[in-house]
Each structure stands twice: as structure tokens, then as C-alpha cells.
Design a protein around this ligand. Structure first.
Ligand code: HAM
Length: 422
């Protein structure tokens, strides 16, 4: 045997059973809410031409300058593993002319994204998101819908200990005036070695986590004082809609988010038990992005929810108290001659939509019963010599231990009724 034992690259998590089941529960709970709201699935490529992200996310953003995995393919085209989904969705909407019909175009996606960040708990180099994007309508109610979909997903998962933060970056006029004001303020109070960063993108400093920078930022101008009256009206309508829907948005004037395409509404969901990597999801409006990618001048709003972090949040809150069962029925052939009969029964059960597994290989009754119990099955089916001779099957209720005997022909149909599959 070879001495080599491989490990996954640093920051690239495996999700193995039984935890992988919880990973799927989280991912599917989010996408289910998107489907309920009429968002349609879009399957995006895992790599794109690098310009989709340099133009889309912003040439100056950390995501593009520091965190993107780029490579040249054999034709020497410069490609990048997708660091996020919004730019790809906009590229696909333009390329496939999806925005010619009724608006908004509502899409959802899920899968891995890649960021060359320093790995730690909750911060991975391969991260998983479910995202939604609604293209083509500027309406605070649509922003509210997007936020409410994320909130419903967290709620249905059973999460409680999280907050919703909202802000607005205002319109173009507000953003350019604010940028100048913030730059002037920061150049005045920050040390010289930070000036290059401030000149490049002063808004980035608002995200800075160091306590020194944060204390100096306390007196920084607030973006809301640069809002136009229509920026304010839009924000207030969004906030009031969310409150009327029973959410409790907290206004965070420092929330700007790290991607350069945002315009207007920005939001984030923060979980209290995740330490430094507390953001379980976030998003906002990006009204110039389709245009920047060569498309029509259409608006957009959406979110990306981190599945890895939402799973960690679910675990921190203990929302998955029961281990999910792997199958509903587990069949045990007690003699070799009963193996085919068992395989036929589990196949029939699966055809009814009842999940079923059986013992394979040589195993004594004790080992087989242990496997049945570990599978989480509600019912074990046992076929020994006697049952085989009489075309019968013993049905054991795994909770009560009660046993009954049924004809082999009828068992799949009976269990389908019992499990409400027919
Ligand atoms: P983002 O804030 O960069 O936004 O990522 C969204 C979520 O992905 C974060 O809130 C976090 O939960 C998760 N996430 C990000 N980086 C990592 C990481 N290194 N490890 C684990 N989880 C991570 C976007 O990506 C935007 N495309 C969202 C959006 C959609 N905006 C508008 N539409």
C-alpha cells in the first residue's frame, strides 16, 4: 500500500454523513423559499472569463484583487473560479436574453464559490451559497421580498439568534458626494500608511474590523446625511414594509458591503454565536451591473446566503435535535435464498416513494438488526426460511418492537399507505 494519504486542500471542507444530511437540509430550506416565491433555478458555470468579475464585482474590490482563483486555459484565455454568483447571473441574463419578457426576472442558484481567503472556522476557500437575484424592477417591495425570503429560510430552519442589518448607499449622486466627504475625513484622521487605501476606496475602511480604525470611524460622516429625499423615501418604505411583515431590521449606517456593484439598499444577516465570521447572508441592489456587463440598463437586487455558516448557526442553536433517518424501511434476509425477495421488496417500496435499504453481504441477525436500527428505519422487514416458504414477510415496528406477518405481494402497498405515499 502507498504511504501517501491525501487531505483536502486547506479551507476546503468535506461534508460527510451524517452531517451532510444537515447540509442538504439547510441548502434546501433556503432554495425552497425561493421556489415558493416564484424564483426559477439557474445553473451557472463554475468558471467564467475573468472580466465578468473584474468588471462586475469591481477592479478595486478585495474579492477581485486578493481573493480570486485565476488561471489561463490551454487557449490562454484568462479564467476565474467564480468567487460569487451575482455577476455570473447578470452575464447569463444578458447572454440568454432573459430580460426581454416580463420583469422582474427571478432566479435562484446554489453551489460552490471560491475565495483565496485565510481559512478559519466559518471562512473557507470553497464556500457554498444559495442566492436569489431579481432583475429589472426598482421597487422597495421587491427588496423587501428578497430579504423576507432569506428571513423565512432562517425561520423555518428554527434559527432565532440572528439580526438583520440594513442600510442604503443611496443613488449615484449620494455615493459620489459621500465618497469625497469620507475620503477627506479619513485622510485627516488616519495615519499616512493608510492613505493609499483611502484614496483607492474609502468605503472599504468602514468594513475594517480593527478597534483602532473603528474608534476613529466613530466621528466619520454618515451616508444617510447624503441621501437625497428620494433615497430616504425608498429606504423608509423598505424599512416600514419589513417591520409591517414582522421583521426587526436594525439600521447600520456603517454597512457598505465588500463588493463594488452595490447601489441603494444593502443588508446583512448576522448570527450571534459564530464569532468573527458572523455573516450568514447578505445582499442588496446593484442597478448598474447589467449595464457594466454590456447588457441593457436594468436594475437588480438579490442575496447570497452562506450555507456553511448557516449550518454552523443551526448547530450552535441545536436546531437539529433529531438525527435524520437514512431510510424508512430496512429489509433483512435471514437466509441466502431470501436475498432476492428482499431486493424485490425494497425495489417495489422505492417505486412507491418509500425509502428502503437492506442488508448486503454476510451478516448475522444481530448485526443486521443493528444496521436496521442505525439506519433510522421505522420498520424492519425480516424474511427467514419459514416466511420464504409461505411467501410472507415479518414486519417489525422498530419503535414498539411489535411484529406482524404480511403476504410478500401486499407489503409494499401496505407500507406505502402507512407512510402516506399513495
Ligand atoms: P457575500 O457577502 O460576499 O455576498 O457572500 C454572501 C454570504 O456567503 C456571506 O454572508 C457568508 O455567509 C458567505 N460567505 C462569504 N464568504 C465566505 C467564506 N469565505 N466562507 C464561508 N462563507 C462565506 C455575495 O457573494 C453576493 N453575491 C450576494 C448578493 C447576491 N448580492 C446581491 N445578490
Amino acid at each position: 500500500m502507498s504511504e501517501v494519504r491525501f487531505q483536502a486542500p486547506r479551507g476546503v471542507p468535506d461534508y460527510v454523513p451524517p452531517r451532510s444530511k444537515d447540509f442538504l437540509r439547510v441548502r434546501d430550506a433556503i432554495s425552497y423559499q425561493a421556489e415558493l416565491a416564484g424564483y426559477e433555478y439557474i445553473e451557472l458555470p463554475v468558471f467564467e472569463h475573468v472580466e465578468v468579475f473584474t468588471r462586475g464585482v469591481g477592479e478595486q474590490s478585495d474579492l477581485v484583487t486578493k481573493e480570486m482563483y485565476t488561471f489561463d486555459d490551454r487557449g490562454e484565455r484568462e479564467l476565474a473560479l467564480r468567487p460569487e454568483g451575482t455577476a455570473s447571473v447578470c452575464r447569463a441574463v444578458v447572454e440568454n436574453s432573459l430580460a426581454l419578457g416580463q420583469l422582474p426576472v427571478k432566479l435562484w442558484y446554489a453551489g460552490p464559490f471560491f475565495r483565496a481567503e485565510r481559512p478559519q472556522q466559518g471562512r473557507y476557500r470553497q464556500l457554498q451559497q444559495v442566492g436569489v437575484e431579481a432583475i429589472g424592477v426598482v421597487d422597495p417591495l421587491l427588496d423587501a421580498e428578497v430579504i423576507m425570503i432569506a428571513n423565512s429560510a432562517f425561520e423555518t430552519l428554527g434559527l432565532n439568534n440572528y439580526r438583520l442589518l440594513i442600510n442604503s448607499l443611496g443613488g449615484a449622486q449620494c455615493r459620489s458626494e459621500y465618497r469625497v466627504a469620507l475620503q477627506t475625513f479619513l485622510l485627516d484622521v488616519m495615519p499616512g500608511d493608510m492613505h493609499a487605501r483611502i484614496n483607492k476606496n474609502p468605503l472599504r475602511l468602514l468594513d475594517d474590523k480593527s478597534s483602532d480604525v473603528r474608534s476613529k470611524l466613530a466621528k466619520a460622516p454618515s451616508i444617510s446625511s447624503f441621501w437625497t429625499s428620494s433615497d430616504r423615501e425608498y429606504f423608509e418604505k423598505l424599512r416600514d414594509t419589513l417591520i409591517a411583515a414582522g421583521l426587526a431590521p436594525a439600521f447600520d449606517e456603517r454597512l457598505v458591503r465588500g463588493l463594488d456593484y452595490y447601489t441603494g439598499t444593502v443588508f446583512e444577516f448576522d448570527h450571534a454565536e459564530l464569532g468573527a465570521q458572523s455573516g450568514i447572508g447578505g445582499g442588496g441592489r446593484y442597478d448598474g451591473l447589467l449595464g457594466a456587463l454590456g447588457g441593457p440598463d436594468l436594475s437588480g437586487v438579490g442575496f447570497g446566503i452562506g450555507v456553511d455558516r448557516t449550518l454552523l448557526a443551526c448547530e450552535a442553536e441545536g436546531v437539529f435535535s433529531t438525527e435524520p433517518s437514512r431510510v424508512e424501511v430496512y429489509a433483512i434476509p435471514m437466509v441466502e435464498a431470501a436475498q432476492v425477495a428482499c431486493l424485490e421488496i425494497v425495489t417495489d417500496l422505492r417505486a412507491f416513494g418509500v425509502s428502503a435499504d437492506m442488508t448486503f453481504g454476510e451478516r448475522g441477525l444481530k448485526g443486521a438488526m443493528k444496521a436496521a436500527s442505525k439506519s433510522g428505519a421505522r420498520v424492519a422487514l425480516i424474511i427467514g426460511e419459514t416466511e420464504l416458504a409461505q411467501s410472507q414477510v415479518t414486519v417489525k415496528d422498530m419503535n414498539s418492537g411489535d411484529q406482524e406477518v404480511y403476504p410478500v405481494d401486499a407489503i409494499a402497498g401496505q407500507l406505502a399507505v402507512k407512510f402516506e405515499k399513495s
